[in-house]
Design a protein around this ligand. Structure first.
Ligand code: UT7
Length: 329
């Protein structure tokens, strides 16, 4: 529902590392091949951050672009929310490091951990501050450096992930547009399906945790696949039905880029054209909380979003978590 204080995305930005890792590169590391990776996932290449750089570097690049496009000075930011599972450090937060880089000295700063749904969760939290009339400018970032938590000996996961960041400046507006609806869900019973077991209070870093490779991502791909296919369509309907809308009314549906087969399955089931479902997993792989803001930014740059367009964004991932946002552009 549109209220007195509406939340619009005033500017977006994205940043990916320069280094490209192709499927052929991975063939030299693990027992895999380009044909398997492309046919099972749609991924052709992904980006890897160079040593010495970290999440804050990608976040800063994406954020500066978003701010510049929004015409907002860093000093005007009221709150910074960074969605990530790969912050620079367990503490302090990635958002505080970003706040210092940007010199956004009046801003509050917090991280949000919701796996690949992180950007949707963070944007929804930002929306609450704006809708309440508390804040005018909230910077929301989805960033991951998954290459640092990828087990490069595990072919079932190392072919999937990439590094990147996307940012959006959410701004108060009195115009009848912006975020219309949101849905946030979780089911912690599926926690083990996608997990980095080590490095927290359960298995703090030790020689044994290193030896047992507990600091890397472990995923039950089949189960996550089934879960994703089950909840994405429900989430879309949860967003549009209260507004009396049909899937055909949507101009753009940005899904978390985890697997091209998931995107195609949903699109075909909804009988919608491929132009409405942006895909960049072929170039960037799965960048977790960064896939949706990067895709949104690319759509804006390509001029595919027009004033008045109806946009749905849906994420799903570790937790388990899932959720979506409906916006009038
Ligand atoms: O972003 C968070 C949410 N994450 C997701 O949404 C991921 C969802 N899951 C998926 O995208 C898919 O399940 C995967 C792409 C991860 C895996 O695809 P799959 O079709 O479910 O494959 P599978 O795990 O069932 O494996 C099929 C076969 C196995 O061999 P056998 O047992 O049939 O002989 C695997 O060992 O493919 C084998 N395999 C590989 N072969 C070549 C697994 N990984 C590879 C590989 N290269 N990289």
């Amino acid at each position: 529902m549109i209220s007195a204080y509406n939340s619009i995305i005033a500017g977006t930005g994205a940043a990916v590392p320069d280094q490209v890792i192709t499927n052929q590169d991975l063939e030299k590391i693990v027992e895999t091949n380009d044909q398997w990776i492309v046919s099972r996932t749609g991924i052709r290449e992904r980006r890897k951050l160079e040593e010495g750089l970290s999440s804050v570097d990608l976040s800063e690049r994406a954020s500066r672009e978003a701010l510049q496009r929004a015409g907002v000075d860093p000093s005007e930011i009221d709150m910074i929310i960074v969605a990530t599972i790969t912050p620079d450090h367990p503490t302090p937060s990635a958002s505080c490091l970003l706040q210092a880089r940007l010199q956004s000295l009046k801003a509050g700063a917090m991280d949000l951990s919701a796996g690949c749904t992180g950007f949707i969760y963070a944007l929804t939290v930002a929306h609450q501050f704006i809708r309440n009339g508390v804040y005018s400018n909230v910077l929301v970032v989805g960033v991951e450096v998954l290459s640092r938590v990828t087990d490069w000996e595990d072919r079932s996961t190392c072919v999937l992930f990439g590094d990147g960041a996307g940012a959006a400046l959410l701004q108060r507006s009195s115009e009848e547009k912006g975020i219309i609806n949101f849905s946030l869900k979780s089911d912690g019973r599926g926690a083990e399906l996608l997990i980095i077991p080590g490095g927290g209070s359960a298995y703090p870093a030790s020689q044994a945790s290193l030896d047992n490779r507990l600091h890397y991502i472990r995923m039950n791909g089949n189960e996550i696949f089934k879960f994703a296919v089950g909840i994405v369509e429900d989430t879309i309907f949860e967003l549009i039905e209260p507004e009396g809308l049909n899937p055909d009314d949507l101009d753009l549906v940005i899904l978390h880029q985890a697997n091209l087969r998931i995107i195609d399955h949903i699109r075909k089931h909804l009988k919608m054209p491929s132009e409405k479902f942006p895909v960049n997993i072929d170039r960037f792989g799965n960048t977790s909380s960064a896939t949706i803001p990067i895709a949104l930014h690319e759509e804006i740059l390509a001029g595919r979003l027009k004033e008045g367009d109806l946009v749905a964004m849906v994420g799903f991932g570790a937790g388990l978590t899932w959720g979506g946002i409906l916006m009038r552009w």
